[in-house]
Design a protein around this ligand. Structure first.
Ligand code: C2E
Ligand code: MG
Ligand code: MG
Ligand code: MG
Length: 272
């Protein structure tokens, strides 16, 4: 095609959009079968104590091992599962895989190591969510202490009473609760104080900002405020997306309790 003409540029754009849409439609069509065939995998990323740098917990992150397209990341299909009404099924399969691993490792004995699982807003809106978790724990003979549930601030914006009931019931089981990606939503820390969570995860964007010349001041201010207020509320703080030694040193210096990121380990198929 002749280069530079506006019309050609639009056409190229349309083709790219068409390919993206076809990809989405294909994944949407393949997803129910993938769930039924057990194509979902769970990868695990370590979380460390920032003082000792020893692993104290791990986060479970879902992947889709597509037979033709290879390993797909959650950004490609979690939203689709949500749209297709398959989130509950996906969440239950992730939880089942996590608890099967935990049972195999013997996590329920002596000192249980927590595996954190992400739950979406729609799952917390489900009146049967906490009961489903309780049943999954019982099915695998695991105490609630082996599990943590990460929710985003968006959960606090939806059906508050339903989410609240689920969270209270989970907490009664000994399951730990965290607010994920903290600082990217609309809630304030004082509001978080009214919610039954024990942990706040500082979003990776603020962590990255700590050693970016343009964003250092702002990120430093946000991180300092989040850590001190969280501690005043009796909450634990985990920083996510730690990639550099500098970020780790600053966070530890500010009193951040735990960290997670490529500096300590990438998500892997086997849990550490
Ligand atoms: P998240 O819960 O905030 O998880 C952290 C994401 O950051 C993960 O991406 C992880 O691989 C990535 N990450 C960890 N350390 C670093 C680092 O040092 N640098 C960088 N650049 N990235 C890092 P992933 O696995 O692609 O997951 C993306 C999001 O998908 C998660 O964000 C979570 O919101 C969602 N997700 C993952 N698994 C599940 C699941 O089982 N259920 C639901 N509902 N959502 C899930
Ligand atoms: Mg998470
Ligand atoms: Mg996160
Ligand atoms: Mg995040």
């Amino acid at each position: 095609a002749a280069k530079g003409s506006g019309r050609d540029q639009y056409r190229v754009h349309d083709e790219a959009d068409g390919a993206v849409n076809r990809h989405r439609l294909r994944l949407l069509a393949d997803l129910p079968g993938a769930l039924a065939d057990g194509q979902l995998r769970v990868h695990f990323q370590p979380q460390v104590d920032l003082t000792t740098e020893e692993q104290v917990a791990r986060e479970a992150l879902v992947r889709w091992e597509h037979p033709e397209l290879g390993l797909l990341l959650p950004n490609e299909f979690v939203g689709l599962a949500e749209e297709a009404g398959l989130m509950r099924d996906l969440g239950r399969r992730v939880l089942g895989a996590v608890l099967a691993e935990a049972a195999q490792r013997g996590d329920g004995t002596a000192e249980p190591m927590v595996t954190w699982v992400n739950a979406s807003a729609s799952e917390l809106d489900d009146p049967d969510f906490a009961a489903g978790v309780e049943k999954a724990l019982a099915d695998h003979g695991m105490p609630g202490q082996v599990l943590g549930i990460e929710i985003t601030e968006s959960v606090l914006m939806t059906n508050l009473s339903q989410a609240h009931q689920n969270l209270m019931r989970l907490r009664a089981l000994g399951v730990q609760l965290a607010i994920d990606d903290f600082g990217t939503g609309y809630s304030s820390l004082s509001y978080i104080g009214q919610f039954p969570v024990d942990t706040i995860k500082i979003d990776s964007s603020f962590v990255a900002g700590l050693d970016s010349p343009m964003r250092r001041r702002e990120s430093f201010a946000v991180v300092t405020a989040v850590i001190s207020l969280a501690h005043l509320l009796g909450l634990r703080v985990i920083a996510e997306g730690i990639e550099t030694r500098t970020q780790a040193l600053i966070l530890h210096g500010l009193g951040c309790d735990q960290g997670q990121g490529y500096l300590y380990g990438k998500p892997q198929a086997t849990a550490g």
